[in-house]
Design a protein around this ligand. Structure first.
Ligand SMILES: *Cc1c(COP(=O)(O)O)cnc(C)c1O
Length: 396
């Protein structure tokens, strides 16, 4: 097998990590087995003691899962990647592997809602506190860091308003304060943004989204160095057990093969729709990093190789008009998932961000008229016609 590391990302997305069996199969194999047979009692002992590498038990060693891990590690430019049962268990395993009671996290405020709940409700029970700051305000990050801060956590672009964190600046800050910088790279994927190359220490994925790409399986991953990810995070995972199943790993492997071309298509359609929405009289504001009107368009252009598939916009008339618009669409699915071939639409104020108080929503800019699109892979003119249908229903 050639050393694929010197190849383009599209080649690595298709090729890295496959270890063919003696059957000569062309597509990757699924290994649905809980445990592995040892040639002798002595070999079993050597595997268990760690003296001899090899498979033991699928909670922590499975060849299909390992193929997915090797391929994603290559795409992110990481020494090591470990797969998890979900994006949330990737975040939990990172915190549990790296932190202890008394430690403190600084996190951007506009993160996935369930991550907010993990940080503000569950981690405090184990003595880990979190301070939330606006993602794009580096001074606020610095001011929030305490002597016991160990981990900085962010998502960029943020959901749903597509604010951009300056990863290079924040990684310099993390280094100067002896903190680990963790970036949830779910929205961009390694195709559009490589946080480790910009100085981050760890990348988190919800494989459920773009890595799968067709809305089928729940999964996650943590990528980074051999010490933190390979020892600390993996150590927690193999003990606590939120492991990726081999079947899901196989689905994600098939997803990775088409990730580069899918991301290009998501980006191109999203930008086209964002530019069109900006010209519509009933739309008061459009949020997409690819628009010249985006306040951080220059930073996004430097940090990302594409602007992603998320477009949010504000309609005149608040919740009533937003709901009417959403209910008038025929192609966009009303569902909270994203990263799917199928385009989706959500009303953040009453769904993903419904648990926030009206004041918190106002703080984070989630107004009642805000609509979020995750642009899929359907024909872009059909999608535009669908959005026009929604706007026409409001004008009627
Ligand atoms: C969906 C999502 C998660 C959680 O992933 P699951 O696979 O649903 O557990 C974490 N971060 C972001 C940005 C997400 O969109």
């Amino acid at each position: 097998m050639p050393d694929y590391e010197e190849f383009e990302i599209a080649t690595r997305a298709v090729r890295v990590g496959q270890h063919r069996t003696a059957e000569g199969e062309h597509s990757e194999t699924i290994f649905p087995t809980s445990s592995y047979v040892f040639a002798s009692a002595a070999q079993a002992a050597a595997r268990f003691s760690g003296d001899q590498p090899g498979n033991i038990y699928s909670r922590f060693t499975n060849p299909t899962v390992r193929t997915f891990e090797e391929r994603l590690a290559s795409l992110e430019g990481a020494e090591r990647c470990v797969a998890t049962a979900s994006g949330m268990s990737a975040i939990l395993a990172t915190c549990a592997g790296l932190l202890k009671a008394g430690d403190h996290i600084v996190s951007s405020r506009s993160i996935f809602g369930t991550t907010t709940v993990l940080f503000s409700t569950y981690l405090p029970r184990f003595g880990i506190e979190t301070t939330f700051v606006p993602v794009a305000n580096t001074e606020a990050w610095e001011a929030a860091i305490r002597p016991n801060t160990r981990l900085l956590f962010l998502e960029t672009p943020s959901n749903p308003l597509t604010e951009i964190a300056d990863i290079q600046q924040l990684s310099a800050l993390a280094r100067s304060k002896d903190c680990v910088l963790v970036v949830d790279n779910c929205f961009c994927t390694p195709v559009l943004q490589q946080p480790l190359a910009l100085g981050a220490d760890i990348v988190i994925h919800s494989a459920t989204k773009y890595l799968d790409g067709q809305g089928r399986c729940i999964g996650g991953a943590v990528a980074g160095d051999n010490e933190r990810v390979g020892k600390e995070v993996y150590g927690f995972l193999r003990t606590a057990g939120p492991t990726m199943s081999p079947f899901n790993a196989w689905v994600f492997l098939k997803g990775l093969e088409t990730l580069p071309i899918r991301m290009q298509a998501h980006c191109s359609s999203a930008l086209q729709l964002a530019q069109w929405l900006e010209k519509q009289p009933l739309v008061t504001r459009v949020y997409h990093p690819g628009l010249a009107s985006h306040p951080q368009h220059d930073l996004a252009s430097r940090q990302q190789t594409g602007f992603g598939g998320i477009v949010s916009f504000e309609l005149q008339g608040g919740q009533q008009q937003a709901w009417k618009f959403i209910d008038s669409l025929r192609i966009f699915s009303i569902t909270a998932n994203l990263g799917d071939a199928k385009s989706t639409v959500t009303h953040p104020a009453t769904t993903t961000h419904g648990r926030l108080s009206p004041e918190q929503r106002a703080d984070t800019g989630i107004t009642d008229g805000l609509v979020r699109l995750a642009v899929g892979l359907e024909g872009v003119s059909d999608l535009q016609t669908d959005l026009a249908r929604g706007l026409a229903a409001l004008a009627a």
